[in-house]
Design a protein. Structure first.
Length: 166
């Protein structure tokens, strides 16, 4: 059996492309990687983007596309993103109903944000219309690291994540 390093699917022996996700599963030796600092100019200021490091005093700011709204998370242990559903008693920690969540296909329990050590993790909870991270659909119930500047899409609701020092 050959295990895919991306989705952990057990593939048949001799397969070089994962039968589930299409990723290459052959081992290709390479040089060690180095971390690059990615910078962009926003509002005339140089800002660093792309860090996955979430410091204890960092606030997470979620900007909802097509609105002026920004949601600020000061402390994060485990936060459920979703929308209210009158048929379900459980409510999400962050209710996206005011942003057209129902119309945009957000599930009542769509995704979870979790802090693990010094990183922020997003995990799709088996939502009907999927969760996307920077355009790539996430596998349900699999954790993915969120970086400063990442864009997520819950159904058709799009939001950008920023890390700010408190």
């Amino acid at each position: 059996m050959r295990i895919c390093p991306i989705c952990a699917h057990s593939n048949r022996e001799g397969v070089v492309i994962c039968e589930r996700c299409g990723s290459h599963i052959t081992h290709i030796p390479s040089l060690p990687t180095r971390q690059l600092e990615i910078a962009s100019i926003e509002g005339g200021e140089l800002s660093r983007r792309g860090t996955a490091h979430l410091r204890p005093n960092t606030r997470v700011v979620i900007s909802i596309r097509d609105t002026e709204e920004q949601l600020v998370l000061k402390t994060i242990d485990r936060v459920v993103l979703g929308r209210l559903n009158k048929n379900i008693s459980r409510k999400p920690d962050i209710d996206l109903t005011p942003y057209g969540a129902y119309r945009k296909g957000v599930s009542s329990t769509h995704a979870i944000l979790k802090r693990e050590d010094n990183t922020l993790i997003i995990q799709d909870m088996g939502s009907t219309n999927g969760t996307f991270l920077n355009g790539q659909q996430l596998f349900p119930n699999q954790p993915y690291v969120l970086r400063d500047g990442d864009e997520i899409r819950l159904g058709h609701l799009v939001a950008r994540f920023r890390y700010q020092r408190a």
